[in-house]
Design a protein around this ligand. Structure first.
Ligand code: AMP
Ligand code: MG
Length: 539
């Protein structure tokens, strides 16, 4: 390809803007804050920035859009995905949604700083909505500015792609741009606002529809539009061609319940904590959406939440995610009630959520432990005991499972081992190795002995067991401190660590001997450093 082909590559994108073509728009055109009625979206233009600059792009996401890596390095790409220039077929808009925030109905929220550019159909016929986050205010910006800072944008960009490579359902990210302008934020909510570099991420997903897009229409009492929006969603996002009947809606809702259960099961597997599971942050497609103050479980503590706003209630802590998923689905069910008219079928769908979660969790736990099959008779106790034991000492969940996989647990060498010898291969997982003494040491050793016993029964040879485990227990996750180090570097104009992390996180289950430093447990200096453990919502 010659340089001008790269320049023109964006013109080859095939737009099919169904959302705006088929759903009603807000009749008001101005970009002032307002309550929007009888509409699913408002048209709005990105503000444009003085000096946008590409920080990074995802070559995998570019390829999904049939864009070459070279075309992502053109000035035009930077202009388009910072919001400075629209392609002729783009039709930018912000959607209207509501939501329950921290358990309370919050009314209209909407895309306050997300501007959808349009939908692209790739060469395989797959639909991708393109959305800029931080490209300026919309009618839904409420008290805020519609902008985003580099730190939160980099975290979203990097984590979306890392989650994709981990096999977790997620929205994706195409690009990360610096805007060349500053954005003022009071990061610690302590009355000391600071100017920070502004940024824009281009996010992508088959659709960005949230539970809250349905909830707002029901709250407004607009059953006609609720029906129309549901019909649109089923047809476009779920390839459902049948006429909208209570039965079809219930079947679809059951599918949403299943998807949500599977997504949360993946979160639990890899130690991801979303941090803000409000119903406006729940994707109808069961994708992880809205990466804000999320975090990765380091020390296995089910009560850990990465969100400082959540620190007192811990509503969104790791261990409560499955339960909150259900709570959110109940809210979605309530918003579908005007169309289904009966509670019972929706109730049954909610039971499917729990059943799906339990079934997948069992399969996942079997794989995490290297078992051929999950046998509730033995393995309910084995997994419950493990989770109790992990809490006794400060244990890095990711390192623990990986090290466990590497132990040839059924070998004769472990038969006569002392407790210390038994634990030795796992010691890297402990933040405070001195905790491994007395009763705690005994309980870890007891668990390992029952695990050994169970594996002997299972009979899988070492290699097979390890492969099974390494395929589901990631070696590399986006540890909170790693993201923060990449942010610090990019703020100093050095993108090399960001790129190195992107590379490493492309193959999270592979051993990468030259990247061992990214697999180690969090260093002590990061324990209480801002951005390395808990985060505020400021972004
Ligand atoms: P969140 O729970 O962080 O995803 O956001 C809750 C709501 O606040 C959504 O409607 C966002 O669009 C909106 N929001 C968050 N930050 C901003 C901002 N800087 N400008 C405008 N709206 C925002
Ligand atoms: Mg949100």
């Amino acid at each position: 390809m010659n340089p001008s082909d790269n320049y023109r590559a964006l013109d080859a994108l095939q737009f099919d803007n169904r959302f705006t073509a088929e759903l009603p728009a807000d009749s008001e055109q101005s970009n002032n804050i307002r309550q929007v009625r009888n509409a699913c979206y408002s048209r709005v233009q990105p503000v444009g920035f003085s000096n946008p600059e590409l920080v990074a792009f995802s070559r995998e996401m570019a390829a999904e859009l049939d864009l070459s890596s070279e075309s992502c390095l053109t000035l035009r790409f930077t202009e388009v995905f910072s919001g400075n220039r629209l392609l002729p077929e783009m039709d930018p808009y912000a959607t209207c949604y509501g939501g329950h925030q921290f358990g309370q109905w919050a009314g209209q929220l909407g895309d306050g700083r997300a501007i959808n550019l349009g939908e692209v159909i790739n060469r395989h016929g797959k639909r991708w909505a393109l959305q800029l986050k931080g490209a300026g205010p919309t009618p839904y910006s409420r008290m805020a500015d519609g902008l985003a800072v580099l730190r939160s944008s980099l975290r979203e960009f990097l984590c979306s792609e890392a989650m994709h490579h981990l096999g977790v359902p997620t929205t994706r990210a195409l690009s990360l741009m610096l805007t060349g302008e500053t954005v003022t934020r009071d990061m610690f909510y302590d009355g000391r606002p600071k100017a920070e570099p502004g940024a824009v991420v281009c996010r992508t997903a088959p659709s960005f529809t949230r539970f809250g897009n349905f909830q707002i229409l029901t709250a407004q009492g607009d059953t006609d539009l609720l029906r129309r929006f549901t019909e649109y969603t089923l047809r476009t996002d779920f390839n459902e061609q049948r006429e909208l009947t209570p039965k079809v809606i219930t079947e679809w809702f059951t599918d949403v319940c299943r998807r949500t259960a599977i997504m949360i099961c993946h979160w639990m597997r890899v130690g991801f904590v979303h941090g803000v599971m409000n119903t406006d942050n729940m994707s109808i497609l069961g994708l992880t959406i809205d990466y804000g103050p999320y975090g990765w479980l380091e020390d296995y503590d089910p009560g850990w939440t990465p969100n400082t706003t959540d620190a007192s209630g811990r509503r969104y802590c790791y261990g409560r995610q499955p339960e909150i998923g259900l709570w959110n689905l109940v809210q979605l069910a309530n918003s579908l009630l005007p169309m289904v008219e009966q509670v019972e079928p929706l109730q049954q769908a909610l039971e499917v959520y729990s059943e799906t979660f339990v079934a997948h969790r069992q399969q996942t736990m079997a794989a995490k432990l290297g078992l051929k099959h999950y046998d509730a008779a033995t393995d309910d106790t084995l997994t419950t005991d493990l989770h109790q034991t992990l809490k006794l000492a400060e244990t890095d969940m990711t390192v623990f499972y990986r090290r466990l996989g590497a132990m040839d647990i059924t070998s004769d060498s472990f038969k006569e081992s002392t407790n210390d010898e038994l634990l030795n291969p796992l010691m890297d997982a402990f933040y405070q190795p001195e905790q491994l003494s007395g009763d705690t040491l005994q309980q870890f050793a007891d668990w390992l002995k029952s695990y050994r016993h169970r594996m002997m029964q299972d009979g899988s040879p070492y290699k097979e067991r390890r492969q099974r485990m390494d395929a589901v227990n990631p070696k590399y996750v986006l540890r909170n401190y790693l993201a923060q180090m990449a942010i610090d570097k990019v703020e100093q104009g050095d993108n090399s660590l960001l790129e190195e992390l992107m590379d490493t996180l492309r193959h999270p289950y592979d051993e990468q001997p030259d990247k061992e430093q990214f697999a180690a447990k969090r260093p002590e200096w990061a324990r209480h450093r801002a951005g390395c453990s808990m985060l505020s919502c400021s972004s």
